[in-house]
Each structure stands twice: as C-alpha cells, then as structure tokens.
Design a protein around this ligand. Sequence first.
Ligand SMILES: [Zn+2]
Length: 258
Amino acid sequence: MFSFWPKQRRRSHLLEQPFPDSWEPIVQQNVYHFHRLTDEQRDKVRRDLRVYVAEKNWEGCGGLEINDEIRVTIAAQMAILVLGFKEQYFDAVLSILVYPDAYMAKGQHLIEGGLVVEGPSAREGEAWYRGPVILSWADVLESGTGANRGHNLVFHEFAHQLDMLNGRVADGLPPLDSSDDMARWEALATATYNQLRQACSEGYRMVFDCYGATNMAEFFAVATETFFEKPREFQKHYPELYGLFTRYYRQDPLSWDS
Ligand SMILES: [Zn+2]
C-alpha cells in the first residue's frame, strides 16, 4: 500500500491544474462521441484522459512523431470506454505504441500467453497482457471521427485489456460483479458467438462484424465496439446481452445525448 499514495498524490496534483486549452479542440474535433455526453461525463473524460496522457509511455513508431493530438485523441476514447467505471487507469498498460497506419506483420492471430494480435497481415492494433497496446493512428482517427461507423480500434484494443483483468488470457469473459451475471454472460455470449460463426460462414451479416467470429475474445472486443457505436441495433436484436453490457460497462450509450 505504501507505493499507492505517491501515485494518488501525483494524480490529485495533476488534476488540480487547469485542463490544457489546446487539448479541448482536439477532443471536440477528433472524438465525435464527446458531443453526445453530458457536462458531467465530459468532465470525467477530461480527468481520465489527463491521467492516461501523463502516466503512459507514449511512443511513435514507423516514423510517426508522437504529439498531443495523437495522445489526447487516443486517451479520450480510452476514457469514454470506461466512463461508467469509478476509476480505471489501465495500470497494466505501461506503453502505447502508435504507428502511422495499419502496418504489415508476419505474425498470425493467436491468443496464447496473453497476447492478442489482430491479424492476419495488415495489423491495426495489438493488445498484450501487461505489455504495450499497439495502435495505428490512421485507424484511431477514423474511429474517433466516426468515419468507419460501427468500428472503433481504441475500444477494441482496450476491451481486450479489460478482458485480461481477471487473468492473463483474453477469453471474452471480463470480471463481472456476481457469479449470476458471469453465468448469464457466458451462456448468452457463447450462444450469440455461435450464431455469428454460423451466419458468417453462410455469408449472412449480423449486427456484429464477422471478425468477432474469430474466437470468444474477439467476440467480446467486437461486441464492445458495437455496444458503443451501434447501441440501437445491438439492443434491438440482443436485448438481454445488451443489458449485461450496460451492467458491465456501467453505462448505456443509448442514453447519451445525440
Ligand atoms: Zn482483437
């Protein structure tokens, strides 16, 4: 517990400083979700994003020079994902590595040893257990501005991080409050995942992207994107699963001002 206090003190000190003027237009322009939030929710996003910007090791890769626009755009979306949580600073994520664009990699998709690689070739992002989160700036910006509606790379990668909070393996089962919810989640998520696999193999489209049919971890990450990006469709077709997502994320994107 001894080392807990300096971190808390540093955070309090940071949050006593005024929000940087130059950051506000970045959030306003690059993160469309921000406009749908209440004043109180926006204040929480501003607070959390400052902690992420200050505490994570941000690194530009592949020739990308990291700057405030990149840090703030990513951090704001991280904050919106966990808006309903009292405190979620992703302490296991020490570094965020940002490439200019989806980058080529020879790795295949695997979820072993806590590594989630988005594959198979043009990688948009990665999430490691207690390792860096790796993102493509082009895709982050598309996600934030809603250019590719229904998809959000930041929500996706950080959903993997939430999934890994209860164990090093991303299994599509994030930590839930009660064993009741856990059992319902497992049953419903598995049934919906199986439907998605079936639909995708037959060439049908569901509200969830077929990337979610890869495995249960991807299903959770993709369903998280759908939850925030297409809540109406999610709720309409899968009301019970949607209800569990609102309980887990402690927020209902349908109630956001639009
Ligand atoms: Zn993924």
